[in-house]
Design a protein around this ligand. Sequence first.
Ligand code: 5AD
Ligand code: SF4
Length: 445
Amino acid sequence: MIDCIKKYSIVTWGCQMNEHDSEKMSGILESLGYESTNIKEEADLIIFNTCLVRENAELKVYGNLGELKALKRDKPDLIIGICGCMMQKEEIRDFIKDKYRFVDIIFGTHNIHKLPELLANHNLTTRMIIDVWEDGGNIIEGIPAKRKYDYKAFVNIMYGCNNFCSYCIVPYTRGREKSREANDIVKEIKMLANEGCKEVTLLGQNVNSYGKSLESKTTFAELLYLINDIEGIERIRFMTSHPKDLSDELIYAIRDCDKVCEHIHLPFQAGSDRILKLMNRKYTKSQYLNLIEKIKSEIPDISLTTDIIVGFPGETEEDFLETIDVVKKVKFDSAFTFLYSIREGTPAANMDNQISDEIKHERLKKLLEVLNPISNENNLKLLDTVQEVLVEDTSKTDDTVLSGRTRTNKLVHFKGEKSLIGKIVNVHIVNTKTWTLEGNVISKK
Ligand code: 5AD
Ligand code: SF4
């Protein structure tokens, strides 16, 4: 029998925003009758959803694209599409047009809903189809998403960013801040709850400024209260928060909404006031530390995670020590650490005193030497406690071992039946490591 069902494969780089965009593309493709495959050789359509936030993400895309050339040679009907942040840059589109002429379809971050039309047009032409929207359109509602898990889901609450941190390309690729109407968000989450979803992660580049672009001016705190009332939803997470917009009202909402998990991801990026100013972050070290104090005093069991950049242009050893000082004072549960990466088109790319790779790596190493023992210490405090865990998966190496996350977003491993996946259980923690906890299930919710 000839298998006539078309298969697709999507490769995703970058943040949760991209991951969720890929879920939406999967939803669109499956509504067109495509089936997903992880095997590229089997695919009739391969889409690369790209990231531009750091150079290494960009280079990986070019490397992987090169590998597709041979596939296309063996299977000329294979359709290759590229989308995501890289495609919002004209120079990159031109480079792809020139160097990767076997690519069939290029589209951007604002028009993934046009995928069916682009595929139909592809059937009518042998030329590369390029359709990238600049920012400015309305939010497109109602795109079906094929979510990776039934019991947890990403939900966009806003798109874009107005902050223009001087190192960051995102405002240029994702456009200006636009919030979804609270009604649309609540409707989507109610539908998810009806389908058995227990945990939602609200996504936005700066969720704390949610609502500013809406006529209703609904605040993020108000949105949390609305979602907290949705029956069936048991956990609410959100990311990312900007320290300059994290209001008292929001801290109280996190404290008072029982479903909002005790975890805030609050990037501080750098500890030196001089560097923070050059980064255009709009807060000082002491303002950040005061904010952390306030959060900790209102929500004592809060888990705090962050993003840190080392080697921003002009960063001296003294500046770097201010970063280390913040880490020691806050005692983060974990951190994403980045070497500053020049992004053409951002103000920092043209700043003097770019830091050498050698110094960046040295600083990163020193930073991790401070961060890791603190993560370990924080986890050690959980020894012999009982943690509520949403069971997510089996371990990659042993399928009698399950993994899940605490409300504070810590990964826990424990023995158990696969039937527990998607359920919330109580786990007694019997061992802790720097990145994970181990325990025994003591009861189900
Ligand atoms: N270089 C290094 N890290 C960066 N980030 C954003 N832009 C850059 C860059 N040019 C980091 C920031 C941000 C996270 C998502 O990526 O820390 O919070
Ligand atoms: Fe980039 Fe800053 Fe916006 Fe975050 S807040 S997406 S780091 S510009």
